[in-house]
Design a protein. Structure first.
Length: 294
């Protein structure tokens, strides 16, 4: 069966089509204008006039075709869902690849900065060891100094976690053992070659004094201040202005660590420094007999 249009007489009245809803518009593709139709079935050539009973057959055909399109909707929705899931998987893989590249650059930079020092490490050596391109390096970091700063922050965070773990092992927060063990563990951590070269020797000159002090306050000062406040709350240290005390203690620990880093015998310097730190801390202890045994 096929359908053709035929011109209407000028005085013919054309029935108006019912208003189409959104579904009809979206799933259309069949002619919906109600016009004078000529239907030829099996070569009969019979003309269909308005009101002819052959019209419902054509309507049923349109409805059947639309039903077929509706039947395809679940598969179309399923396909769209698959495309969306695939897109999310691609984004996840790209994020994982990006993170892996950044991690490789940090590991390579850390190893080279510790072995060669900041000044004698080139970005070409970093990308070669990381197995990535220079473009990948500059995608994640502005320059060598930015990479160095990221390595420094990573090392500083590791050092603080190490100090906190040792302090908690020695005693609960607010106990003297917790406070003293944290200070001693910091000195032990400074014997690590990466911390010695990157944090103590290269950081002030590579980043500038202000940037180095900013990072030192973010990690060292904040931790020491918190430990002092806990000790004061527990009555182990007499109540006093905590910020100046924390700055003096951090300065002493940093200077001791620098002396260890520059010493010909770092382990020997560490042993001597540990004894001095113990005496220095003991001078902070409260003389109140109620807390003397804590």
């Amino acid at each position: 069966m096929y359908v053709t249009r035929r011109a209407l007489p000028s005085n013919a009245r054309v029935p108006q089509a019912p208003e189409r809803g959104p579904a009809s518009v979206a799933l259309g593709g069949l002619e919906d204008a109600w016009v004078q139709l000529e239907v030829r079935a099996g070569g009969s050539g019979r003309h269909v006039e308005p009101g002819d009973r052959a019209l419902p057959d054509l309507t049923r055909e349109r409805q059947s075709a639309r039903a077929g399109q509706l039947a395809l909707l679940p598969s179309k929705i399923h396909t769209a869902g698959m495309l969306h899931t695939d897109s999310m998987n691609v984004k996840t893989r790209k994020a994982e690849q990006s993170e892996a590249t950044r991690k490789a650059l940090l590991e390579a930079g850390r190893a080279l900065f510790a072995e060669r020092g900041y000044r004698h490490t080139s970005t070409q050596e970093v990308v070669a060891r990381a197995g990535v391109t220079r473009g990948a390096l500059y995608h994640h970091f502005r320059d060598k100094a930015d990479l160095f700063a990221a390595v420094l922050e990573e090392l500083s965070e590791e050092c603080i976690r190490r100090v906190g773990k040792a302090a908690m092992k020695a005693g609960p927060p607010g106990s003297w053992e917790n406070f003293a063990a944290g200070c001693q563990e910091f000195l032990d951590a400074c014997l690590d070659p990466s911390i010695r070269q990157i944090v103590l020797l290269d950081a002030p000159s590579a980043l500038g004094w202000d940037r180095w002090r900013e990072l030192d306050c973010k990690y060292g000062f904040a931790v020491v201040k918190k430990a002092l406040e806990a000790s004061m709350d527990a009555g182990l240290i007499d109540r006093q202005p905590v910020d100046p005390l924390a700055r003096m203690l951090v300065g002493g620990l940093n200077e001791a660590a620098l002396a260890m880093a520059r010493a010909d015998n770092p382990e020997g310097a560490r042993a001597e420094t540990g004894k001095v730190i113990d005496r220095l801390l003991s001078g902070l202890r409260s003389r109140d007999p109620k807390t003397a045994d804590r």
